[in-house]
Design a protein around this ligand. Structure first.
Ligand SMILES: [Zn+2]
Length: 1004
């Protein structure tokens, strides 16, 4: 399958929507033990005969199948496991349903009868004798069929069953329909694989693929005659072959096919039967649509001279892109045949469909492709799916257990083919589309495949990798893409670069020939490569595939044609060095991996610089230590790369990015300045952001600066430690300034990659100007504060939460607080009931007038003694100006401005509920809220507990500016505040300081 990595891009996992000041820019943005298994190798054989009829009106398949099961194993079988995968769509408790919730936040999907699918009417028989069968407990998409007679080694049995499939609407996974487009895959009762490790029954999943027995297929599909079908195997029905010829002719002539007009009718009454046969295949899928056009091509395979016919079926949708689809297919088929060995079948079909799961999906001799963004992307996805004819169709590994044996290998060959075919395609052409913008952002030179390195680095630099060789269900959704597809592919092409193309290709050819139409396991792959190359590739098979050891060599010294290299990473693997002068390469040399440091003798030549891996073939995590010059003062220093506004970091340069910035506060007036930073898309050990301003009102300097230093220990309890230093200065009343200086450390703990929990502890030391003194326009003293806290986040799409507890210590007070923000998701992601539970206590009593107590209502700027957030009008008294209504909704969480009249509390509990609107009116930008607060103050009765109540609505632009309107308030609030309009307050979330850089951090 080709992952929707651009969908990942859109969901902001690695490229973020970030904002700067008032500008915002959306950046496109096992090894398993055991030796050769070949001698005792066996595989079962399953030969199918299936007859099925499509009822396109009712989205039903009615079929009968009989399969011949030949027991080639040394064991006597008493039962078979049979997959009934349409049942994955039958209720909300299936493995698929549970995974869809976890991956996409799609909850209770199958309550909708249109989305539900199923298989029923089953009656398994051996000849005419009924067989006892039952669903597996809690796995209705697998059944166990008990044999009447034990099936001895070498024996054959014939099992038949009728079946009826309710085809779900095609919005969920690989089986479905959309109007008159039918995507029929994983649709018939199909035995699980029995191999030397026993049975492999597996529930259908969206993330996680398949493992099936080889055999023959003889499938007859009966359907309304206006449909055109793309299917696995070869079409044997002569009148349909003639019809396809006519469609192909009409496609060439760009005519509308007369026959096609029937598709406008509400279902044709005349039916036809199409027969397909195939050998050496382990699955059968078919796609039907009345509106298919067809282009065909024939190619001759390089090794055997065998003829292969290519069919490309597509609709009018994206027709201009699909014009070249059969050429994309023939280029890829020829390239892979040359590199790996001849394509194993006599035809190949690529079909366009309204696929909702991934960008494309492979079946033997068939690929289905969904929406494509552009011609390059269509070629890439077709190429990827075609490569699966080697790594899946013919080398049929257990994809669920060893997904890298199909996806990493396929992605590696895809990248190789695309690089050869499109050596000059640029990243901007696919991701930015606008050359002027790309040039402006200095993103006009990177090759399009560089994106895959950036994606992988975004995960690797956060120390969030998982080993490549894990099972599909052990990889989290992000790593399933970034590690399995991108890092895995880079690793295989790294091995190829090290071995050289010809040795690598001949080794892979041997693997292919030895295991074609079989079920190779990781040890078989390793043995084939190692025995052919005669090399011990432990570093690759054990360490690169099986661990998260990082690759990072550093050039230390260069003198007298000798180079000192240090291995700073954990991976001990080969490296390539090159002698360069400008961009010309004088020599290139592979060195076997080593630990520690080593002197290397260099060849003589006119080169002036030595670089590790100038062509990015090694998955190096840090490249800034990869070069050294033979002269000069700063021989290891990287050139400074200035860049207006923003770019993706050039990993080999010191990026200095800058942009003019403007802002306004009441005290500073209009401010102009220049922001400086070193990028924030791909995490780096040292990151900074400095934004100095000149305020025109009183000709004063203001600004903000922040610096992070991050370390990512290998396999330690602490996954990431971030040390930070930040400072601010802005104007305050009386022509003064307020200042803050904060230094802190946050430790993020390693957690199970499959669990959505992130835990961290932090400690901060803060110096801040005394706010009360500033409010009185006195010269402020500097107060010091110490904070220690704990964060626990559940980052799931359904029912996420954040728990934050902290102790804050200052000379005059100590307080302890805990806050839980929890979303009860009603129906999928992004909708639900938000709970905010807050409690706090002062450990020593403070006066009700002290700002340091617990605030019953959201604090205004003049109450935030640590000066958090961006407040244009921080010091104006409520409600004198528009911006004086700004607040930070923390502590007690009331909106009504009662802090001043009620005073601050020694203890406080509050609960706020905020709800999404009912589905019918969910688009309205309104959310009702309700807050109940209990604290120790209450106007005159100061020490008595008091309950406050407030309910209202908030509206505005989420994540920009939100207005809170309390409509109903309890009497004890009413008595403390002014008229209705003086309860309305706002939260301003377009906050440059918290948005920049931190988006990514807050995610992890
Ligand atoms: Zn794939």
């Amino acid at each position: 399958m080709k992952q929707k990595y651009r969908a990942i891009c859109e969901s902001g996992i690695s490229w973020n929507t970030f904002r700067i000041g008032s500008l915002s820019l959306l950046l496109l943005s096992v090894i398993y033990c055991g030796k050769a298994t070949a001698q005792n190798y066996f595989q079962q054989e399953v030969n199918f005969e299936i007859k099925v009829t499509l009822d396109d009106q009712n989205h039903l398949l009615r079929g009968n199948e009989v399969f011949e099961y030949i027991n080639h194993s040394p064991d006597t079988l008493h039962f078979l496991y049979v997959h009934l995968w349409p049942n994955a769509y039958s209720n909300n408790e299936t493995a698929l349903a549970k995974q869809l919730v976890q991956l996409y936040g799609k909850e209770k999907l199958f309550n909708d009868p249109l989305l539900a699918g199923s298989i029923d009417s089953l009656d398994f028989r051996d000849n005419s004798q009924k067989l006892h069968w039952h669903f597996l407990k809690d796995q209705e998409d697998i059944c166990q069929v008990h044999l009447n007679e034990p099936l001895k080694p070498g024996d054959t049995t014939y099992i038949s069953t009728p079946f009826r499939v309710q085809v779900p609407q095609g919005e969920i996974s690989r089986l479905g329909s959309s109007g008159k487009s039918f995507q029929i895959s994983q649709w018939y009762p199909k035995p699980a694989v029995y191999d030397k490790d026993g049975w492999h029954p597996m529930s259908y999943l969206d993330q996680g693929e398949f493992y099936s027995e080889f055999g023959t297929y003889d499938v007859s599909i009966t359907l309304p005659e206006n449909y055109t079908v793309a299917a696995t195997g070869e079409l044997k029905t002569s009148h349909e072959l003639q019809r396809l010829d006519r469609i192909a002719n009409d496609t060439i002539q760009f005519d509308t096919l007369a026959e096609e007009k029937v598709s406008d009718l509400p279902g044709s009454v005349k039916f036809k039967t199409l027969r397909y046969t195939s050998q050496n295949m382990h699955d059968f899928a078919w796609f039907a649509d009345p509106d298919f056009h067809l282009t065909t091509q024939t190619i001759l395979l390089p090794e055997s001279d065998r003829k292969v016919t290519i069919y490309a079926l597509s609709t009018d949708h994206q027709a201009e892109l699909w014009e070249n689809a059969s050429s994309y297919a023939s280029d890829a088929l020829l390239a892979f045949s040359k590199w790996i060995g001849d394509y194993p079948y006599s035809s190949f079909t690529v079909v366009q469909s309204k696929l909702k799961s991934g960008l494309g999906m492979e079946y033997p001799s068939l690929a289905v492709i969904g929406e494509a963004n552009d011609a390059y992307s269509l070629d890439e996805v077709i190429t990827h799916e075609i490569c699966h004819n080697w790594f899946y169709s013919s080398l049929a590994s257990n994809e669920r257990l060893y997904p890298y044996l199909d996806e990493s290998l396929t992605s590696a060959y895809t990248a190789r083919h695309m690089l050869e075919k499109y050596p000059d395609s640029k990243l901007w052409e696919i991701y930015i589309k606008n050359e002027t913008l790309a040039k402006f952002l200095n993103l006009d030179q990177q090759h399009v495949l560089q994106a895959e390195e950036y994606y992988w680095l975004s995960q690797a630099r956060n120390n969030l990798e998982q080993p490549i060789n894990l099972a599909a269900t052990e990889l989290n959704a992000i790593n399933y893409s970034l590690i399995l597809y991108y890092k895995g592919a880079r690793g295989i092409n790294y091995l190829r670069a090290y071995l050289g193309d010809s040795l690598f290709d001949s080794a892979m050819n041997e693997y292919y020939n030895r295991w074609k139409f079989k079920h190779p396991q990781p040890a078989d792959f390793r043995l084939a490569i190692e025995s052919h190359t005669g090399k011990d590739l432990d570093w690759f098979f054990e360490d690169f595939l099986g661990t998260t050891k990082r690759l990072d060599y550093k050039l230390e010294r260069l003198q007298d044609q000798k180079l000192l290299i240090k291995n700073k990473g954990e991976l001990v693997s080969p490296l390539v060095i090159a002698g360069m002068k400008d961009d010309s390469v004088y020599f290139e040399k592979w060195i076997d991996g080593f630990d520690g440091q080593r002197w290397i003798q260099l060849p003589a030549g006119n080169y002036t610089e030595v670089k590790i891996d100038p062509n990015h073939v090694m998955p190096e995590i840090f490249r800034k230590n990869n070069n050294i010059r033979d002269h000069g003062v700063f021989r290891k220093a990287d050139p400074i790369q200035p860049q207006l506004y923003f770019s993706i970091e050039d990993q080999e340069k010191n990026n200095l990015m800058f942009f003019p910035s403007f802002s306004w506060t009441r005290e500073n007036g209009v401010m102009a300045g220049m922001a400086l930073h070193n990028g924030f898309v791909i995490p780096k050990p040292l990151e900074y952001f400095i934004m100095p301003f000149y305020g025109f009102k009183h000709s004063k300097l203001a600004g903000y600066a922040r610096m992070f230093y991050t370390v990512t220990p290998f396999q330690k309890l602490v996954r990431k430690a971030t040390f930070s230093l930040e400072g601010t200065q802005f104007g305050a009343p009386g022509n003064q300034n307020y200042q803050t200086l904060k230094t802190g450390v946050e430790l993020f703990f390693r957690s199970s990659q499959q669990k959505p929990f992130v835990q961290s502890i932090y400690g901060n030391y803060i110096l801040a100007s005394d706010l009360s003194q500033l409010n009185r326009e006195e010269k402020p003293e500097q107060n010091s504060f110490v904070q220690v806290g704990y964060h626990l986040k559940k980052r799931s799409r359904i029912n996420p939460f954040i728990l934050h507890s902290a102790v804050e210590y200052a000379q005059v007070y100590q307080k302890i607080t805990a806050e839980l923000n929890y979303r009860l998701s009603y129906y999928g992601e992004g909708r639900g009931l938000d709970f905010r539970l807050y409690s706090g206590a002062m450990l020593n009593e403070v006066s009700a007038a002290s700002l340091y107590g617990l605030a019953p209502a959201g604090r205004s700027g003049r109450e935030l003694y640590l000066y958090q957030g961006f407040y244009p009008d921080r010091f104006s008294a409520f409600p004198s100006t528009f911006w004086s209504r700004q607040m930070t909704l923390n502590e007690g969480g009331l909106v009504s401005p009662v802090n001043k009249s009620l005073g601050y509390s020694d203890w406080l509990f509050s609960l706020t509920l905020t709800s999404s609107l009912p589905r019918k009116i969910e688009k309205l930008p309104i959310k009702p809220f309700l807050t109940v607060l209990l604290n120790d103050t209450g106007g005159e009765h100061h020490d008595n507990p008091n309950v406050f109540f407030e309910a209202g609505v908030k509206t505005g632009f989420w994540n920009l500016i939100e207005f809170y309107i309390p409509l109903f308030i309890s009497n004890n609030i009413k008595s403390e505040i002014g008229p209705f309009k003086d309860r309305i307050r706002l939260v301003f979330t377009l906050d440059s300081f918290t948005q920049i850089n931190l988006n990514q951090r807050s995610v992890f």
